[in-house]
Design a binder for this molecule. Structure first.
Ligand SMILES: Cc1cc2nc3c(=O)[nH]c(=O)nc-3n(C[C@H](O)[C@H](O)[C@H](O)COP(=O)(O)OP(=O)(O)OC[C@H]3O[C@@H](n4cnc5c(N)ncnc54)[C@H](O)[C@@H]3O)c2cc1C
Length: 404
């Protein structure tokens, strides 16, 4: 068994883990990030970089370089519910530099962070390294055990952070209790080519018991076909012809192009969960991002919440880590800072899932926009959803120094 020592060990190289690793290393805190995959190349992981995250990139002095990466810009989000056409978000009056959501493959975002983080000597990223268990000393978490290409490795650190996503191994190992809020939906992801004359912005459509959300990825549409929970087998049994036909009814401008979906391998099922830990920490251990609170895809805000968690955690933890004194109070302060924005966002997601999406999927026919969505059209209220979607509740700002 090999053993290494560091100051902070992070399990999971997703948006939460990479941003936290970057910020701590930039502040001069020795940090090791473990990612179980060999690269960040995974499709349909959610590719929305919201204005709140773009503002963080600006505060870090990285925005100009970041926006040189290929991306498309969403300036408003519209939804067609039966005959009602509702603008859910219009970003042109936001008080931030980027008044748009950048759609960028998540692997480009993560590779960019990895590249910038590696400029700091305190940053150590290990790919193909899977955290398998927590190490404890006298009831305090003192690091983790990982499976690496070179064999098993024990990494000891005063602080271990679980950023290992919705199926977190560290959450299970720690035995932390969570509340599961249920999710009546799953999502089938696929892509279809885009051509001249197609709409520019995000397209959402609910009709006849089906829901389709399409994200403009310049040369293709990234499509999310929302189904009732556990309904994927039934969709597959009905066959590809029926599936393609349904898509063309929901998005008639795709007519003829859905033939590209000629195999179920081109359709990926993602099961949706919404839950939250009651306590995000125990002595020596903190969980953030989806590991602490799995987010629904509604609003596409999960990546951005994970980034906000990382910024808040770095702000609170950097100094105590440098001084070698991370107490239970420090860890509780991270949860206290991030719990309200998370609760509020999950509540909104559940409201949309349970009052709009689930009834529309189960009842069929022509749905009507619920009252709370129609209110969004009122002049006094129509800036609010765009602001919530783009910036979330209580946006975080970078307070950690650039020590190098
Ligand atoms: C169907 C669906 C669609 C979504 N679409 C969007 C969207 O468009 N926009 C958006 O903002 N959010 C979206 N979300 C939510 C979003 O994906 C998550 O909220 C966000 O990725 C959470 O970031 P994270 O860093 O906490 O976790 P993750 O992104 O899940 O990252 C966890 C990382 O840890 C690694 N890992 C896991 N276990 C281990 C281990 N034991 N050891 C080492 N590494 C490990 C994983 O490989 C992964 O890289 C969607 C969610 C779903 C379910």
């Amino acid at each position: 068994m090999r053993i290494i020592n560091t100051t902070c060990i992070i399990a999971g190289g997703g948006p939460a883990g990479m941003m936290l690793g970057f910020l701590l290393a930039r502040a001069g805190v020795p940090v090791t990030v473990l990612e179980k995959h060999k690269d960040f190349l995974r499709d349909f992981r959610g590719d929305t970089v919201h204005p709140s995250t773009l503002e963080i990139m600006h505060e870090l002095g990285l925005l100009d370089d970041f926006l040189k990466l290929p991306h498309s810009e969403v300036k408003s989000v519209r939804f067609q519910i039966g005959k009602d056409r509702i603008t859910l978000g219009n970003f042109d009056t936001l008080p931030v530099r980027c008044k748009f959501i950048a759609l960028m493959p998540q692997w480009d975002f993560l590779n960019f962070l990895a590249d910038r983080a590696s400029a700091h000597a305190a940053f150590d990223l290990r790919m193909c390294a899977e955290a398998t268990d927590l190490l404890t000393d006298n009831e305090r978490v003192s690091g983790l055990r990982a499976n690496t290409p070179e064999g098993m490795l024990d990494i000891r650190a005063p602080l271990t952070v679980g950023c290992d996503g919705r199926h977190s191994t560290l959450r299970d190992s720690a035995g932390l209790a969570s509340d599961n809020f249920g999710a009546p939906i799953d999502v089938l992801w696929f892509r279809v080519a885009r051509t001249k004359g197609d709409p520019e912005d995000v397209v959402g459509h609910i009709e006849n018991g089906c829901m389709l959300v399409m994200l403009n990825r310049n040369d293709y549409w990234q499509c999310a076909f929302v189904i009732a929970k556990g309904g994927a087998d039934a969709v597959e049994r009905e066959g590809l012809d029926k599936f393609r036909g349904t898509i063309e009814v929901l998005a008639p401008f795709l007519r003829g192009r859905t033939a590209e979906i000629d195999n179920w391998d081109k359709v990926k099922l993602l099961t949706v969960a919404v839950d939250r830990l009651r306590r995000w920490w125990k002595p020596g251990l903190l969980l953030i991002g989806d590991a602490a609170h799995a987010m629904s895809p509604v609003g596409g805000v999960g990546i951005n919440l994970a980034v906000q968690d990382a910024v808040a955690a770095a702000n609170i933890l950097a100094e105590p880590l440098r001084g070698g004194s991370v107490t239970d109070q420090t860890l509780a302060a991270v949860q206290k800072r991030r719990e309200f924005p998370t609760r509020f966002t999950q509540r909104l997601q559940l409201m949309m899932q349970n009052n709009l999406i689930a009834p529309a999927l189960s009842e069929g026919g022509e749905p009507k926009a619920p009252w709370f969505m129609k209110m969004i059209e009122w002049p006094l209220l129509n800036r609010l959803p765009g602001r919530l979607l783009a910036l979330g509740i209580r946006p975080e700002h970078v307070r950690t120094p650039n020590a190098t």
